[in-house]
Ligand binder design. Structure first.
Ligand code: 3HC
Length: 311
């Protein structure tokens, strides 16, 4: 049975009135938002590592500049999202400590390696493409600060996806060796990209409640299907083959039928046993330790300034 507060809150959500930081909200609404926004922010920051690996190896100065701009954008996305999470009463340090101690997640996709330049194309095309599928509906999420952060982030994501697809076009229409690299990148990134949308709806522990509170607007399977439907023609245009022999357009449903990713692999990656989990967390721990002197200096300076004001 709902309390008056809960009833009033649900009526507001049902009427698509945004929930703002100072409004009353159920504790579990606050908790699941801190979990989702915090992990979304962690995904942006950890997500810089696979592409950062190629900034010094880009094939041309132009490509280097584009990749640098994209990785810089991701840092900004992380900051918008940490700020949105802070409006719920947590600190960025607290969220970072939970990431580094393995108590908070980041998107599974970033635990896969980026082995060739073509991976920069596949990441922009598929990973940012999947992120767009997931983030566009989130612009309508019920929590005001999260919804507004999504509006800003989505504006930049289309550039991320387009620059990746442009790399794939260059490689797919290039030499035989380049075409082979592009196909290899698609082969390795396809199923991990499908995993980005989360477990199938029947295995999703949060979806029902997140849909009722309009935190989640579409189910995991709906968005995964939409991603496949939009991406298959793009692969065909490139002359590349999606590594799924069951992929077939279904005239009745108007959707592509496709093979599910290996969910055992997915849950192994979530447990920390993916190809790059250790490297990614070590890189974030090192960045945190290497930045300590800056944080301490800034705090000491701020205290001195505050003391001077009092005196
Ligand atoms: N990677 C890691 N963990 C995942 C995951 C994935 N791909 N998919 C699901 N999970 C986790 C969930 O976090 C949850 O674990 P938790 O309780 O410890 O948080 C568990 O698996 C069960 O999944 P549910 O479907 O029940 O969980 P959600 O309702 O939270 O749905 C989600 C998962 C669809 C990822 C949802 O949280 C979401 O939409 N998050 C916001 C978007 C986001 O985080 N996208 C990640 C990519 S952002 C990005 O790629 C940056 C871009 O610039 C490239």
């Amino acid at each position: 049975e709902m309390s008056d507060d809960e009833r009033h809150f649900q009526d507001k959500v049902d009427a698509n009135i945004k929930v703002e930081p100072r409004d009353w909200m159920p504790d579990d609404y606050r908790k699941t938002l801190i979990r989702q926004i915090g992990q979304h922010a962690h995904s942006e920051i950890v997500g810089q590592l696979p592409e950062g690996n190629w900034i010094t190896r880009a094939p041309t100065l132009e490509r280097k500049a584009i990749l640098l701009a994209k990785v810089q954008d991701e840092a900004g996305h992380g900051l918008y999202l940490y700020c949105a999470a802070e409006t719920l009463g947590v600190t960025r340090d607290d969220l970072t400590e939970k990431l580094l101690s393995g108590r908070m997640k980041y998107s599974s996709i970033f635990n896969y390696p980026t082995l060739t330049w073509a991976d920069m194309g596949a990441v922009g095309w598929l990973v940012d493409g999947a992120a767009i599928m997931n983030q566009v509906p989130l612009q309508r999420t019920s929590y005001g600060p999260y919804s507004r952060a999504m509006v800003r982030i989505c504006k930049e994501e289309s550039f991320h996806q387009r620059q990746g697809y442009a790399i794939m076009m260059k490689m797919a229409q290039g030499s035989a060796a380049q075409r082979k690299m592009a196909q290899d990148a698609l082969n390795r990134m396809w199923y991990p990209s499908l995993m980005m949308f989360g477990p199938s709806d029947k295995d999703s522990v949060h979806s029902a409640q997140s849909m009722a509170w309009k935190i989640k607007i579409n189910t995991n399977d709906e968005l995964r299907q939409k991603f496949v439907n939009e991406t298959v023609p793009q692969a065909e245009y490139l002359g590349l083959t999606i590594p799924d022999e069951n992929l077939k357009f279904n005239e009745e449903t108007g959707n592509y039928d496709f093979s599910q990713p290996d969910w055992d692999e997915f849950f192994e990656v979530l447990k920390g046993n993916g190809p790059c989990n250790t490297d990614r967390l070590n890189a974030r721990r090192k960045a945190w330790d290497d930045g300590a002197w800056v944080r301490e200096g800034l705090l000491a300076h701020a205290e001195k300034r505050a003391a001077a004001k009092v005196a």
